[in-house]
Design a protein around this ligand. Sequence first.
Ligand code: CUA
Length: 316
Amino acid sequence: MSSFPLFPDQASVSAQRVDAVYFGLLAISAFFALLIFILLIYFAIKYRRGRTVDRVIRRTDYLKLEMTWIIIPLLISFGIFGWAAKVYFDLKTPPGDALEIYVVGKQWMWKIQHPNGVRENNELHVPLGRTVKLTMTSQDVIHSFFIPAFRIKQDVLPGRYTSQWFQATKVGEYHLFCAEYCGTSHSGMIGKIVVMNPPEYERWLLQGVARESMAVSGELLYGKLSCGTCHKSGGRGPDLAGLFNSQVNLEGGAVVTADRAYIRESIINPMVKIVQGYPRLMPTYRTQLTEDQVNEVIEYIKTMGGGQETALRSVE
Ligand code: CUA
């Protein structure tokens, strides 16, 4: 498709599948449009005024014909639906072993952080052939993370995590756009995706300014904000060891999964969900933590096993 300038490169596994649906729909529409136009013109000429042709209507109950033009399009529609739904669900479900990268949108830039702590702005470096999952949130308004060459686009919302995934199939540089009007410099909220061969990517990752991994930054924040004063076994707040992805019993009997969204809400808006048996004590950290820092604290909480293990030891 690269010779056809209206179309962006196909540079991810999903790109071919999305394009196949697109061109499939186009082909079906073109086929029926042509069929209708050809018949229209043919009949208009054949039965034009003044021409002596047989115009007698013999019967009006062409049941078989009517069934045919009901059933065939119905089957075609179901086929398109099933096909497109499969592609859509696969686009929305990241395969298990994805490399997780964090994206924070803000007016007007994309802030990206890799798990080892390397940060970049308006650029995303990824390895070729590896599944990458983006966990995204916004610091202000709604943005949308759009990579045309990968055929993926997902809104990035304040106060919520959204995600999308891709697997790049071609080394190169590709456009990154914000696809949701987000204020004056929306059109300038652009960047590039750099797909590199895995060894080159490893080298690039190490070149990043030497700094701590996200989990370690999170641990430092955790210490600075004295979270551990309350959050320990027997403390005034629940012990956080082994919390991530566990089931939490709340006041009032509800049970929730301690996923990323729940932990973020408990940091920013602690009064919404109170863990059973604990007092309503925790202050909000809304003004003290940026979204990047919330991501780091969550990365740290993820590394807190059931035992005494700390992030500093488990990160390697
Ligand atoms: Cu961000 Cu438009």
